[in-house]
Design a protein around this ligand. Sequence first.
Ligand code: AMP
Ligand code: GLY
Length: 410
Amino acid sequence: MKVLIVGSGGREHALAWKLAQSPKLSELHAAPGNPGIAALGNCHPVRADDGEGLLTLAHSLAIDLVVVGPEVPLVAGVADQLRHAGIAVFGPGREAAMLEGSKTFAKELMIAAGVPTAKELTEPAWPCVVKADGLAAGKGVFVCPDAVSLARALKEVEAFPGKPVFEELLVGEELSMLVLAAGEETLALAPAQDFKRAYDGDQGPNTGGMGSYSPVPGIDPDEVETILEQVHRPVLAELNDRGHPFIGVLYAGLMRTDEGIKVLEFNVRFGDPETQAIVPRIEGDLLEALASAANGELEDVKLDVSDEACVTVVLAAGDYPASSDKGSPISGIAEAEATGAVVFHAGTAMRGEALVTSGGRVLNVSALGPTIETARERAYAACEKISWEGMRYRTDIALEAARREAGENA
Ligand code: AMP
Ligand code: GLY
């Protein structure tokens, strides 16, 4: 099978890395890809949101399957464009992608489908959460426990187009539940958690995600099934009823509250950086699963998952999320990988022969281990091998989970 991956981040590198292990893969291509992906396949200078360009590329390479990574092309309708031209695509069409593209649409659909979610407020009043309506790369959400943070949020949200959404502030443990979907058929991926805040101890602004781990202690297969019944399947059925069957990853960002599971948000794609912790644990053939989903058949597909845990640490620019880093030489990746960890490229570029920074989130370091504690020790040991001027990372990724896991095993 000839596969084209659309996107250029750590998520796409993790997908490319896994798909490259499939015996069914004959050629791997990416648009535009990144230096990490270039070591596994061919990268083409076509932007992820250039539907025409992707269509021409897919035809010229006789691509059998396109896997779309980021939300922007999905919300722009790139999957429809390719599918209409007869190309198999893993990724939802524009209408279904509005689940991520518009918070207002997502709320309306959740209410219609009877899915538990945070209550919407007509007026901002603390404690509450202020959300920009459209796509904001994880940076358009402001959690406001008091009057000062609310006043600041109302000012900051003015920078985003459209009317903001206000909702009740939920308290609890967060969980990312990603599910492969084809119409109303589902195949759950392993539960994961990501770390949205910029600094240790969940301080600082929201980011695209500073790290992740999988599995999540306390979420057993029965709990996963309950979540799919309460959240994913009703949403997929509602989309189907509206004539927009969903093909791709339906990712629910959930809060485990005292009143049960509630949805914070939907994404219509693989999570970043959750994917970098979920994918290394997959033992089955992910390519076969994605190709089956793209053809609308998931019923007979299984994906074995390792018992090992995986922890992913994001190495970011010093000022991320306020600004990114460009052109700083990066060293130590080979040394990090020699420890057994995998290093995914998220924001890198080649300058001549040198690998340099090119983004806010630059690299993702993932390590497996028999426990979360061991996986995190291995991930951090690998991080210490890598450096560039200004590199920064959180030091508490999966720390609490490792403690909880140790408590459960005691
Ligand atoms: P979202 O993009 O909607 O997932 O929001 C990003 C992050 O903001 C979430 O991962 C939560 O940490 C936080 N958040 C969003 N909505 C709420 C809510 N209703 N209550 C508490 N925290 C929230
Ligand atoms: N990790 C959050 C996201 O992918 O949106």
